[in-house]
Design a protein around this ligand. Structure first.
Ligand code: DQA
Length: 131
């Protein structure tokens, strides 16, 4: 069975309460439940983690070596700031998909640059919880 690590970055624990006009009313728990249901249907094993701390996310990416076939990450605010997350993804050579709930290219200029995109196999942005 393929193993996927899903990482949620900072402030995503507040989904449902946080800027609902941008991120919607679904909580992180709602999204994780839907992901687990989809994974069961697809025969994929998904491990889901959330952290507000950059170093913790780096540690989880490093620890994924030999344990996961793919990483899916919403780096949240670290998308636009973190060379460390980019380097961790590049270092582990695990195919990584970058996801965003909102369309980062339709928002403020500072959100339109991603440090992660260059090391991700693809980016999915703007489909809300469906991303
Ligand atoms: C986000 C977009 C980021 O710019 C923002 O900092 C987030 C969430 C998204 O999912 O749309 O926290 O990654």
């Amino acid at each position: 069975m393929r193993r996927v690590l899903l990482l949620h970055g900072p402030n995503l624990n507040l989904l449902g309460q946080r800027e609902a006009d941008v991120y919607g009313r679904q909580t992180l728990r709602d999204i994780d439940t839907a992901v687990q249901q989809l994974a069961r249907r697809e025969g994929v094993q998904v491990t889901i983690k959330q952290s507000n701390r950059e170093g913790q996310l780096v540690d989880w990416i490093q620890d994924a070596r030999g344990r996961y076939d793919a990483i899916v990450i919403n780096p949240a605010g670290y998308t636009h700031t973190s060379v460390a997350l980019r380097d961790a993804i590049a270092a582990v050579s695990i195919p990584t998909i970058e996801v965003h709930l909102s369309n980062i290219y339709g928002r403020e200029e500072f959100r339109q640059h991603s440090y992660i995109a260059g090391v991700a196999v693809c980016q999915i942005s703007g489909f809300g919880p469906l991303s």
